[in-house]
Design a binder for this molecule. Structure first.
Ligand code: PMP
Length: 404
């Protein structure tokens, strides 16, 4: 079967009620559309199955508790955690990184310790560490990029010292689509005695992730980019790290025993899930993982790489278009058109029924590095096909005609 037939076969557009005929959704890196299976799971969880978890003595609540914990086990299996106790449900990657910074960071790091980030990080993998710097006096180093937009691990190797306690890097760049060699990054971190956190937001929807094979210490992602609901995501951390970490927030469900004199904590993961959790979000995430796993992450990765290759080919044929990121970028293509603001590109494309993102993509330090205020970004998902690429190329040609 040729590549064209493969792309058409893989596209799951019919499963997505949010994608009407003629609308070309190319903003999956911001958030993915939801398959009917996920919407149905959410409706069931808020409908006939709804009850709280952990506290109920009645049957419905006991069943909901089983379903909530089954979702945790599903996430654990999805990233190949050793145990579901290593999975903490959070609001998303942002909350997961803040949790690690405020719990592990505050309890472990001290003035003079260093952490290494990279030039392409999303603000959610920069600002929590700056807040930690204010609290503890740590120093932040920034790993540069290679000319084609990857995190330069040779430079990281040269920069890392025994003062470094953490390396925190994106697995896939939300702007450039470049993929980190996460295993090498982990080895480099561990060689100097540092831990490594991988921001997997853009990786889990488009490639198989195995936290044990990557040998990382923390791995975070958001459910809504993985075809699941908003407001739910996961922090995976090595069991021994979570065991030693103090709570991040206090309240119900995270305690062992409370008195006014002293309170003791529940073991992980409950220690990090204060309050009534996002029960329905967890069940929706379970359905989303079942959905993508049934298709297969390897097939999804191949599908998106084929679409990216076609998009890069089509756009590079237009003279005034400048492409960013490596040729083998994963699911995401950022570009600029000489003399045209990305917001104008986005507006004209919208008139053509093509939805892309234009802006700094919550990566202003990367924009500074590219010496641009913003880029236009097309990102792909399992529902996209060649029609979407063709509509993008037609729209860009119209932009170049309008702007002469
Ligand atoms: N990291 C990366 C690489 C991202 O793309 C995003 C979302 N754009 C985030 C972190 C933050 O995710 P959320 O807003 O869902 O917490």
């Amino acid at each position: 079967m040729n590549a064209i037939a493969d792309i058409a076969k893989m596209s799951r557009r019919a499963d997505f009620p949010g994608l009407p005929e003629g609308w070309h959704y190319l903003d999956t890196a911001a958030t993915a559309q939801k398959p009917q299976a996920v919407i149905d799971a959410i409706a069931r969880a808020y409908g006939e199955d709804y009850a709280t978890v952990h506290r109920g003595v009645y049957r419905r609540s006991a069943d909901m508790t089983i379903a909530y914990e089954a979702a945790r086990q599903r996430v654990a299996r999805f990233v190949n955690a050793r145990s579901s106790d290593e999975i903490v449900f959070v609001r998303g990657a942002t909350e997961a990184i803040n949790l690690v910074a405020q719990s592990w960071g505050v309890s472990t790091l001290k003035a003079g310790d260093r952490i290494l980030l990279s030039q392409l990080e999303h603000h959610s993998n920069i600002v929590p560490w700056q807040l930690l710097r204010e609290r503890t006096g740590i120093e932040i180093d920034v790993c540069p990029l290679t000319a084609d937009g990857r995190i330069d691990l040779d430079a990281a190797e040269a920069m890392l010292t025994d003062r470094h306690r953490l390396v925190a890097l994106a697995h896939v760049s939300n702007v450039l689509g470049s993929t980190l060699d996460a295993r090498r990054a982990a080895d480099l971190a561990h060689r100097v005695g540092a831990k490594i956190l991988i921001d997997g937001c853009q990786a889990v929807p488009r490639m198989t992730v195995d936290v044990q094979a990557l040998d990382c210490d923390f791995y975070v992602f958001s459910g809504h980019k993985l075809y699941g609901p908003t407001g739910i995501g996961a922090l995976w951390a090595r069991g021994e790290l979570l065991d030693a970490m103090p709570p991040y927030q206090g309240g119900g469900s995270m305690i062992d025993r409370v008195t006014f004199a002293a309170t003791s904590w529940a073991p992980p993961p409950q220690r990090f899930e204060a309050g009534t959790p996002n029960i329905v979000g967890a069940l929706g995430l379970h359905a989303a993982i079942d959905y993508v796993d049934a298709i297969g992450l390897d097939a999804i990765e191949a599908h998106e790489r084929a679409l990216v290759a076609k998009a890069r080919d089509a756009l590079s044929a237009i003279n005034s278009v400048r492409l960013f990121g490596p040729a083998d970028s994963a699911g995401i293509v950022s570009f600029a058109i000489e003399g045209v603001h990305p917001h104008d590109i986005g507006t004209i494309l919208d008139e053509e029924g093509v939805a892309i993102r234009a802006g700094h993509h919550c990566a202003q330090p990367l924009m500074d590095h590219l010496d641009l205020p913003a880029t236009a970004r097309a990102s792909f998902g399992i529902y996209n096909d060649e029609d979407d690429v063709a509509a993008l190329a037609r729209g860009i040609e119209r932009v170049t005609r309008i702007f002469g």
